[in-house]
Design a protein around this ligand. Sequence first.
Ligand SMILES: Nc1ncnc2c1ncn2[C@@H]1O[C@H](COP(=O)(O)OP(=O)(O)O)[C@@H](O)[C@H]1O
Ligand SMILES: O=P(O)(O)OC[C@H](O)CO
Length: 494
Amino acid sequence: MSVLALDAGTTGVTALIVSADAQIVARGYSEFPQHFPTEGWVEHEPREIWEAALVAVRAALDALGPDGDQPTAVGITNQRETAVLWDRETLGSPRRAIVWQDRRTAGLCDQLREDGHEPRVAALTGLRLDSYFTATKLAWIALNEPHVWASVTSGRTAVGTVDSYLVARMTRGLHHVTDASNASRTLLYDIHAGAWSQELCDIFHVPIDALPEVVPSYGVIGRTDPSTFLGLDLPIAGIAGDQQAALFGQACYEVGTSKCTYGTGSFVLVNTGERPVASSTGLLTTVAWQHPDGRLEYALEGSVFVTGAAIQWLRDGLEIIASASETEALAQSVPDSGGVVFVPALTGLGAPDWDPHARGTILGISRGTTRAHIVRATLEAIAWEVRDVVDLMVREGGLELAVLSVDGGASANGFLCQLQADALQAPVARAAQLETTGLGAAFLAGLATGVWASQEEIARTVKHDAQFEPGPRDDRAHRRWRVAVERSKSWAVL
Ligand SMILES: Nc1ncnc2c1ncn2[C@@H]1O[C@H](COP(=O)(O)OP(=O)(O)O)[C@@H](O)[C@H]1O
Ligand SMILES: O=P(O)(O)OC[C@H](O)CO
C-alpha cells in the first residue's frame, strides 16, 4: 500500500508517493508561472496550477514504475488563503486567483478596521484584518469586478481555496469542499463554532452558498475521476493547508509541540490541542486539523511571508545567484554580512510586525559589499524573522522551546539551520524527510484508509537526521536588524 500526496505550494506542485513505512518512494514536481500585474499584486492562473499538478503526478507515477507499490488513496495539501474562482460546469476560471502574498487589499483592510470590524473578526476567526486572508480578496473582486462577482452571486461560479479547486478538478466538478484547516484561513469561518459565519460573510460581501462544504481533514470525501485525473480512480481521503499538514507530518500531536517550515515563507506552528489560544500581539489562532468525529484541534501560528522567496528573488530578480543551493557556500565564503542588513519585506510584513505597506530594505552597503554579503544577509534575515516570531510564541503562547523542529525546501541549507540555532540560542533539529507538507497530507489520507492505524504509529516513523547546536549570538546584528525592520515599514504609503 502507498499514498499519493499532492502538495500544491505557492511556486509549484509536488507529488509524492509515500510507502506504508512512511518513506517517500517517488516524487514529481512542476513549477507554475507567477503573475505580478502591478506592484504588490500576485496572481496565479488556476488552470496552470491544475496542469502543474497533472505533470507532477505523472512524473511521480513514472518514477514509481508499473511494478512499484501503486497508491491506494490521495491526500491534498496546498498554499493557503489564495482565493480561487471557477465555473461549476466548465471548471474554467473567470479571473486569475489572488494569491496570499497579494497586498492589493491593504487599503480595504484599513477601511474595515476604521469601521470597527477588527475586534469581532479577530474574535470569531483567530486571525486579523490583513490582506493575507481570502475574504479580503473576495471582497476586492466583489467591489471592483462586478461582472465577475455577478456570476458568483448567481451561483454559476464557485469560490474556494486551492484545495477546493483541485478537488473540483479531480472529481470533474462533483465535489465542492474544503477542510477545516483551510477554512480557518479565510476570515469567513468561525473557529469556535466550526462553521462558516453569516456575520463574516456579510462583512466581506460573500454569499455563503458560494462557499465549499467544510469537511474533516481526513476521511474519504469522494473519488478522483479517472477520465480527468490520469486514469486514477482513488479515494480523496485527506485535505489540509500546507502548514497544518507539516505540523501533522512532523507528528506534532502533543500540546506544546511545534515546527517551522521554510518554503516560500516560513511558518512556525505550535499545537495547542482542543483549546484555541487567542493572541493579542500578532500570532494567529488557527485550526490545526479536524478529526472525522468533528473534533477540532488548534494551533498558534507565526507567519513570516518571505523567506525562500527572498532567495528566489536573488536568483530571478537580482540575478546574483544561479541556484538556491549555491547560497550555502556563498554565505560561508565571508565571515559575516559586512554590516549589510536585508529586510525581505517584498510582500509586506507578517508576524510579528504586520505591515502590508512595508517593502524590502537593504541597509549598510559599502564599497566592499559583494554578492556574498547580500546572500549572507538574506539567510541571516530568515533566521532573525523566525527568531522574532518564536520569541513572541515563548512570551505569549507559553511555548517552551527545548528544540525547534524544522523542515521545508530551504531547510536543506545547513548553514541557515546553524544561523537559526545561533539566533534562537536553542538547538534546531531537521526532519529526515524535508517535504513534511506532502508527508502530512499522505499521513492524513493514509490514516483515513487504513495505511496507518493511528497517529502514534505515524509518530514512530518521523525522524530527525541532523541537529544544529547553538553557537554565539550576535546581538548587535539583531539590533541592527530591528532598526532596518522599522525603516521598511509603511514604505508603500510614504
Ligand atoms: N539550499 C537552499 N537554500 C536556501 N533556500 C532554498 C534552498 N533550496 C530551496 N530553497 C528555497 O526554498 C523554497 C522552496 O521550498 P518548498 O518547500 O518547495 O516551498 P513552497 O512549498 O513554498 O513552494 C524556494 O523559495 C527556494 O528559494
Ligand atoms: O507555499 P508555502 O509552502 O510557503 O505555503 C504558503 C502558506 O500556506 C501561506 O499561508
